[in-house]
Design a protein around this ligand. Structure first.
Ligand code: JHZ
Length: 393
């Protein structure tokens, strides 16, 4: 039984940036509510949007846009080569190739339904299937050989139909094959009051507890786990077929489950507490913006993320609070954030003579951004973050 614990209001599609021409058009909005399934501990949004509406030729997000992500994929690739020595890898959701570019073209294929992104890796001569991952495709890809490794980062939390995903994975994976999944951690999301991890694309935010339950239905099990810093705190799950006794289950899995149980991720009351924290976070953030605007300070945003869409629309923060956003993604530049309709400008190093306070839309890249903007900070420039609670830093 799924029980609702959070209502984030009516939200536009998080990655549907608006062109100037369409600024006056009515936006499609949907009710963003989040619930907890007490049977399998899964946290999911209650109303989903069709994948074709979200993942298509206009998909704007590119994984290679930050040093942090490029490094994370490179480090993992080196580790995989050393530890697992895979001969044939499939990446589900290969985006612009941030992961696959670290491998030999003959040893890896990408699956990426957003054609604009698939085109990028195809041009670099990587075999890329511009299709949604499903059983039919998995059979086509592994007709001659099964994969000894399947990798998927920030993708499975976007796919509603577990039956299709995991049956396709099970079919594509060799008997000793390894599946590595990486997605934002529910524990971190709750600890950080990072309610902006919920938006149309994030159908699920996984806990280890929930993933373990789901995998049981497909004869798969987690044998190792790593906590990573990406996207505000993620988990990297190493998964095998039940029949594979080659990879032993590490204590790290047991410890992670213990940590999650201690926090109460198996209890509805934990999620209700989270709801209260989210409501308080909203009030505090609104107050900060109101005070800054009263002082007539120039406030801009940094990183026009999908996550920002949830925060801005839930808290009712608009272009009267934030003059514009900076972003490095060419597709987003000169467009407007959905709902709040705040203009996105091409990134330029922050200058304290031009800007007073900067809202960190990409709070998950705080370290990288603070490093880049050392001189702004040194000269008195300030940032607003809402994670783990709204404050000016
Ligand atoms: P970032 C997207 O979410 C959507 P978003 C998706 N659903 C998902 O799961 C995650 O990614 C993985 C910009 N930027 O990564 C680039 C700068 O301008 O937090 C991006 O537009 N300057 C697939 O959108 C945005 O910020 C910088 O220095 O929430 C970051 O987006 C840096 C570091 C980033 O994901």
């Amino acid at each position: 039984m799924i029980k609702k614990f959070l209502d984030l209001g009516y939200q536009p599609l998080a990655n549907s940036y608006i062109s100037k021409k369409k600024l006056k058009d009515k936006e499609n909005k949907f009710k963003l509510e989040v619930g907890f399934n007490s049977k399998n501990y899964l946290v999911s949004i209650l109303k989903t949007v069709s994948k074709e509406k979200m993942f298509n030729k206009d998909y704007p997000y590119k994984s290679s846009e930050s040093n942090t992500m490029r490094k994370s994929f490179k480090d993992l690739s080196n580790k995989i080569k050393k530890k697992f020595k895979p001969k044939f890898i499939i990446e589900i959701g290969s985006n612009d190739g941030a992961f696959i570019k670290n491998f030999n073209r003959k040893s890896i294929v990408g699956v990426e339904p957003c054609i604009n992104l698939a085109q990028i890796t195809k041009q670099k001569k990587y075999i890329t299937y511009a299709e949604y991952w499903n059983q039919k495709l998995s059979k086509k890809i592994t007709k001659n050989k099964k994969a000894d490794l399947i990798y998927s980062a920030n993708t499975l939390s976007h796919i509603e139909n577990f039956n299709e995903i995991f049956k396709a994975i099970n079919n594509a994976l060799s008997e000793k094959g390894i599946l590595i999944l990486e997605d934002p951690s529910l524990l971190k999301c709750l600890q950080n009051v990072a309610y902006d991890q919920f938006y149309c694309e994030h159908i699920y935010v996984f806990s280890t507890l929930a993933l373990r339950e789901i995998l049981k239905n497909f004869d798969l099990e987690i044998f190792d786990i790593e906590n990573t810093k990406t996207h505000g705190g993620s988990n990297r799950y190493y998964i095998k077929k039940n029949t594979n006794n080659f990879n032993k289950i590490t204590d790290r899995v047991k410890n992670e489950i213990k940590k999650e149980l201690k926090f109460g991720l198996d209890k509805f009351s934990t999620y209700k507490k989270f709801e209260n924290k989210v409501k308080t976070s909203k009030i505090k953030l609104q107050k900060i913006f109101k005070e800054l605007n009263k002082k007539k300070l120039k406030v801009i945003g940094y990183g026009a993320t999908a996550k920002s869409c949830t925060v801005l629309n839930y808290c009712g923060i608009g272009n009267n609070n934030i003059e514009y956003f900076f972003d490095t993604t060419s597709y987003k530049i000169n467009k407007y954030l959905p709902g709040s309709k705040i203009l996105i400008k091409k990134y330029k190093k922050l200058n304290p003579n031009e800007v007073d306070v900067v809202y960190l839309g990409a709070w998950n890249f705080k370290e990288e951004i603070f490093n880049k903007e050392k001189s702004f900070i040194k000269n008195g420039g300030k940032f607003i973050t809402h994670v783990p609670y709204p404050k000016i830093i």
